[in-house]
Design a binder for this molecule. Structure first.
Ligand SMILES: [Zn+2]
Length: 291
């Protein structure tokens, strides 16, 4: 395996503990993150996309320390998540003003720092409904994308409403090859995955290891079929680690599970190296124009 693996959807630090009323959802285990990322680096990971945005406990300072200590490149995000995690400002300003905030974080930097947002995401929709404020965030994100060309990463709840999200992007003439829909593995619906891919959008299998939602054996089977159908250049992989209990030290799988455990499963299915390199390396490099 090539030594430039990229994790497509992670949260270096995130705090959803207030709304979720569960302290496990406050990921602030910097020491453990650094330890696990050093291991990832040794295993060939070069870059991680951090989709923590406004209102999710984003911290450029925290991320800078992780980058410095580990040598892993981390791309950061602008945007707003979903109900009920949206900050007050979302209710108070219109799409245009919101787009301006996003563009400012992309062009000038996040929170008065010089760290520029490379991603608009993760912007999300609720389970079977796009709430009014979520629609507003999507529209503002489209505007910011059109102005800057910055790629978009969405959140789907349990993989649902991907087609509805695509409709919004189409209304704004957003280039779908710059959009990645997250958590599509949770839909458990291969036919639906193909319908999404046929629009030209990218999909993420980014809940690898969350066997209580979908077993990894299924994830590997779907990937095998999708790769054989020729879609490996539109699929990206990650684990979406968001809880203290996900760390190895705390009894969780840890970040390297994708490489140590899931990757061998893909080889067992005889998915070719070319497809695997597309999903772990090339696709994100293309979407983000990384060298
Ligand atoms: Zn998400």
């Amino acid at each position: 395996m090539n030594k430039e693996i990229i994790y497509a959807h992670e949260h270096i630090t995130i705090d959803l503990s207030g709304v979720k009323k569960d302290i496990d959802c406050f990921l602030n285990n910097k020491k453990q993150t650094i330890e696990e990322f050093k291991d990832l680096k040794a295993k060939g990971v070069s870059t991680i996309i951090d989709v923590t945005n406004r209102g999710m406990g984003r911290s450029t300072e925290y991320v800078a320390e992780v980058i410095n200590e580990t040598g892993i490149n981390i791309l950061q995000s602008t945007g707003y998540y979903k109900e009920p995690f949206l900050p007050e400002e979302v209710y108070k300003i219109n799409e245009k003003k919101m787009a301006k905030i996003l563009v400012d974080e992309i062009i000038n930097g996040i929170d008065e720092t010089s760290v520029k947002a490379s991603v608009i995401g993760e912007i999300g929709t609720s389970l079977n409904k796009i709430e009014e404020m979520e629609k507003k965030v999507f529209e503002a994100s489209c505007m910011a994308h059109l102005e800057t060309g910055t790629p978009i990463i969405t959140h789907t709840t349990l993989g649902k409403l991907g087609l509805e999200q695509i409709d919004i992007f189409k209304n704004f003439n957003v280039d779908l090859s710059k959009v990645t829909l997250s958590h599509i593995d949770l839909s458990g619906d291969l036919e639906y995955m193909v319908r999404l891919l046929d629009t030209g959008v990218n999909i993420a299998f980014d809940t690898i290891g969350k066997n209580n939602y979908q077993p990894d054996e299924k994830r590997a089977e779907w990937l095998k079929v999708l790769c054989e159908k020729g879609y490996s250049n539109q699929i990206v992989l990650s684990m979406d680690i968001t809880r203290k209990s996900h760390f190895k030290d705390n009894g969780g799988l840890g970040y390297s599970y994708l490489i140590d455990n899931f990757l061998p499963r893909l080889y067992e299915k005889e998915i070719s190296n070319k497809h695997i390199e597309n999903m772990l390396v090339n696709n994100i490099k293309n979407i983000y124009r990384l060298k």
